[in-house]
Write a protein of this length. Structure first.
Length: 217
């Protein structure tokens, strides 16, 4: 009996941001040796290995926590032909990649690309330093705002966002305080994702170079 078990996984390189889709099948894991995945730039992305006879262990680098997360899955989920599984940051639950049937991965990546493109078209811009980064940052700010995590130190949650080539400016609609967020490269995105909340400081505090504000409730 031949059982064809294969799966794919897609993950952005933690160093250069390159997105690759890797394919593997059950024979790649047969010997019990861990499979190591590297980006073309040489960065280590993930390790996949068998754990006993029923489980697969995935270790993957998390850019947000700056360490490796570990996930153990039963075979039937790892080799599932029907489900797209997410590799998430165990701390923030942000998505770091996918694994599952290649078709489903491709469909999901296409969907994300289209979403970004249509957002770009709606906003009518393409003069950004890095349009994709700008859009991801906007998308992320939108999520943060939806959870109530975008606000001004004065207590106001109504924040307007103005876009520039390589940055965004957040302005409080009540007190007028503003803060700039760099938005030109992937480090800017990661830095933003590393913040729990995005808070506009009142001007009497530190100068506007202060990033990563902390607020106590
Ligand atoms: Zn890389
Ligand atoms: Zn993490
Ligand atoms: Zn304010």
């Amino acid at each position: 009996m031949v059982i064809e078990l294969s799966t794919s996984f897609a993950m952005r390189c933690p160093t250069c941001g390159r997105l690759d889709v890797h394919r593997l099948n059950v024979f790649n894991l047969a010997g019990g040796e861990p499979l190591e995945y590297y980006c073309e730039c040489g960065s280590h992305k993930a390790t996949i290995e068998r754990k006993g006879s029923k489980y697969i262990n995935i270790r993957y680098y998390c850019i947000i926590c700056d360490l490796e997360h570990n996930m153990i899955l039963p075979h039937n989920i790892f080799w599932s032909k029907n489900h797209l599984n997410s590799l998430i940051c165990l701390d923030t639950e942000l998505n770091l990649g996918y694994f599952g049937p290649e078709k489903k991965i491709m469909a999901e990546l296409d969907r994300q690309r289209e979403e970004l493109n249509s957002m770009a078209n709606e906003l009518g811009f393409d003069e950004f330093a890095d349009p994709e980064i700008m859009l991801e940052i906007l998308d992320y700010l939108h999520d943060v705002a939806a959870e109530g995590g975008l606000f001004c130190e004065c207590g106001n949650h109504e924040i307007s966002i103005e876009l520039y080539t390589d940055k965004l400016e957040l302005t409080c609609s009540i007190c007028g305080s503003s803060q700039q967020l760099a938005a030109s490269c992937k480090e800017d995105l990661y830095q933003l994702k590393g913040m729990d909340d995005v808070i506009i400081k009142l001007p009497k505090g530190k100068p506007k170079s202060s990033k990563n504000p902390e607020v106590k409730y």
